[in-house]
Design a protein around this ligand. Structure first.
Ligand code: ATP
Ligand code: MG
Length: 200
């Protein structure tokens, strides 16, 4: 499974609908400083609900909405809604139809060769709202999390390696580094469950 396409709409510096293709093996995004490369990574973290621990670069969710006056530090005068869609190529059926149906809570999800996860954030006068969709069905973050974890994509995992992560890993003690291997191998989850069981 791999990301096939990203669709950004009023997300951070992307003030118009933008489709970004991704290739199966290797895709590099290049551009001058401030052109929006890291914003693209933020978009993936945002849409897949992976942001909490990996650190999305925004103080509040509504800062992610395109603001034409952002450079001047002006308050938001632009749109009041942003969305990001991640299109996953699931042709190898990393996730089975059954798994997707369970997460979506519906079997009217079309073909699962392609899985789309969309997140929307909407700002109103005194509040904001966040919505998730799986193949266009409205779902909760926990549904997305459960589904992605079955494909080995977790907020604690190293599917996304952020700036500074490599240095951090180098500076870790061997014991801490072993913790990362446990996390990647999926052993950490069982250690945590074991501890919980002992406590009970
Ligand atoms: P570098 O090479 O320095 O890492 P980059 O390509 O990763 O640069 P980003 O950090 O992705 O650049 O983009 C930063 C730009 O995004 C800044 O110009 C900033 O003003 C703009 N930006 C961030 N949030 C918003 C927003 N809500 N509305 C409009 N522009 C925004
Ligand atoms: Mg950057």
């Amino acid at each position: 499974m791999h990301i096939k396409e990203l669709v950004l709409d009023d997300f951070k510096s992307f003030g118009r609908p933008t489709r970004i293709p991704f290739y199966e093996d290797f895709t590099v995004i290049t551009g001058p400083n401030g052109s929006g490369k890291s914003n693209i990574i933020d978009a993936v973290l945002f849409a897949l609900g992976l942001a909490r621990t990996r650190g999305i670069r925004a103080k509040k969710l509504t800062d992610l909405i395109y603001n034409p006056g952002h450079e001047d530090g002006a308050g938001s005068s632009g749109p009041n809604e942003a969305s990001v869609t991640v299109v996953l190529d699931n042709e190898d059926h990393t996730l089975s139809r059954e798994q997707v149906v369970t997460a979506a809570g519906s079997d009217r999800i079309g073909d699962v060769d392609e899985i789309t996860i969309k997140r929307r954030v909407k700002e109103t006068e005194d509040n904001y709202y966040s919505y998730y969709y799986l193949n266009e069905r409205s779902v909760n973050l926990s549904d997305i999390r459960d589904l992605l974890s079955q494909a080995g994509i977790t907020p604690e995992g190293y599917n996304v390696v952020m700036q500074g992560d490599v240095t951090e890993i180098i500076n870790m003690t061997p014991y801490q580094r072993r913790g990362i291997l446990d996390e990647i191998a999926g052993v950490a989850e069982f250690d945590a469950k074991k501890e919980d069981a002992f406590e009970e």
